[in-house]
Design a protein around this ligand. Structure first.
Ligand code: T46
Length: 143
């Protein structure tokens, strides 16, 4: 949980800054999908799920927000407000996002295509799968 933050190199000059993201270099998986979130309803948190196989890197490109990561044993909240900082969300990590600033834009780099069957959307089910599958080091099927 401590090593979830990724600090990307910034190539800056008098024109501004550039950050490059490359699979297996500064993104620790093969990139299959990119999506972004913006115009948040500040009253409503998002996420509240874990993934069975998907790995992701979340970057707060603009503004700020909070993200909670939970591995079933420890919960940690990160405040994101820098576009050169990413947070690695591994499979079987419960995550929730809130505290969005008005201008918040989140970029997600994902290791696979969208698949609703990959989601664990109930916290009790998340803990059950962790105890049955992950902590016993068995494989889980994406269904
Ligand atoms: C995650 C967090 C960080 C699609 O059709 N295609 C997609 O690629 C995605 C990501 C979502 N959807 C659909 C599924 C739902 O009907 O968009 C709707 C909203 O998705 P969801 O409620 O899962 O949104 P968040 O913000 O709670 O979660 C999203 C990602 O789904 C999730 O994988 O890790 O952002």
């Amino acid at each position: 949980m401590e090593n979830n933050l990724l600090s990307f190199s910034v190539i800056g000059d008098e024109r501004g800054n550039l950050v490059s993201l490359e699979e297996f270099k500064n993104i620790p998986f093969s990139i299959q999908r990119v999506y972004y979130l913006y115009d948040f309803n500040k009253e409503l948190a998002r996420g509240f799920h874990a993934h069975k196989k998907l790995q992701q890197v979340l970057i707060c490109l603009k503004g700020s927000c909070n993200i909670l990561l939970d591995n079933g044993e420890k919960r940690q909240v990160y405040h994101l407000n820098k576009p050169h900082i990413g947070i690695f969300i591994d499979k079987f990590i419960w995550h929730e996002m809130d505290g969005f600033s008005d201008d918040c834009v989140l970029l997600l780099i994902a290791s696979d295509y969208y698949d609703e069957h990959d989601y664990i959307r109930k916290y009790n089910e998340f803990l059950k799968i962790l105890s049955l599958v992950v902590w016993n080091k068995e494989e889980v099927k994406g269904e």
